[in-house]
Ligand binder design. Structure first.
Ligand code: GDP
Ligand code: MG
Length: 155
């Protein structure tokens, strides 16, 4: 096993209530044979206290979460992606877009296609998941994000 790498700092961005607190993930993962620490910060409070920009600078990787049952959270996700694209230099940032609560199909307000289109506009991977029903989708999203962040660390 290679030497431990720098921890990857993940900022989870999303409107209140989209399910960010259910986005648990193991805090140490093996990427390409190297043990890698992960620090995860939920943006929720910092938006209220106005320190979002400090946290954007802090982060190496960004998980932008919305709820497929709440249109306004999708607009908020678009806002976060736009802010990231303006704040993070050099114009490339490691981000994954996550539509959560896909289990509540009867109350869906955001089509899968809309999420897909938004992710294409900002060039990031996109997954629809249910953090409540299964940890698999969330784990896959984190793994994609961390692998990309790790490859940037190695540059
Ligand atoms: P946060 O404000 O983004 O941290 O949102 P929370 O993690 O507190 O989640 C808000 C509510 O949504 C809680 O009642 C969660 O149990 C619920 N929730 C989170 N993920 C899911 C999901 O995938 N499906 C459903 N049905 N509920 C979820
Ligand atoms: Mg929370």
């Amino acid at each position: 096993t290679a030497a431990a790498a720098e921890p990857i700092k993940v900022l989870v961005l999303g409107a209140p209530g989209v399910g960010k607190s259910d986005m648990r993930y193991t805090h140490s993962v093996t990427l390409d044979g190297a043990r890698t620490g992960v620090e995860i910060l939920d943006s929720c409070r910092c938006i209220a206290t106005g320190c979002l920009f400090d946290h954007l600078r802090w982060g190496d990787a960004f998980l932008v979460v919305y709820s497929v049952c709440e249109r306004s959270s999708f607009q908020a996700a678009r806002g976060f992606l736009e802010t990231l694209s303006q704040e993070k230099l050099p114009g490339y940032f490691t981000t994954v877009l996550l539509g959560n609560k896909r289990d509540i199909e009867h109350a869906r307000q955001v089509d899968t296609e809309d999420g897909h289109e938004l992710s294409l506009a900002y060039g990031c991977p996109f997954y629809e998941v249910s953090a409540a029903e299964s940890a698999t989708g969330v784990a896959l999203a984190f793994h994609t994000l961390l692998k990309e962040a790790r490859s940037l660390q190695l540059l």
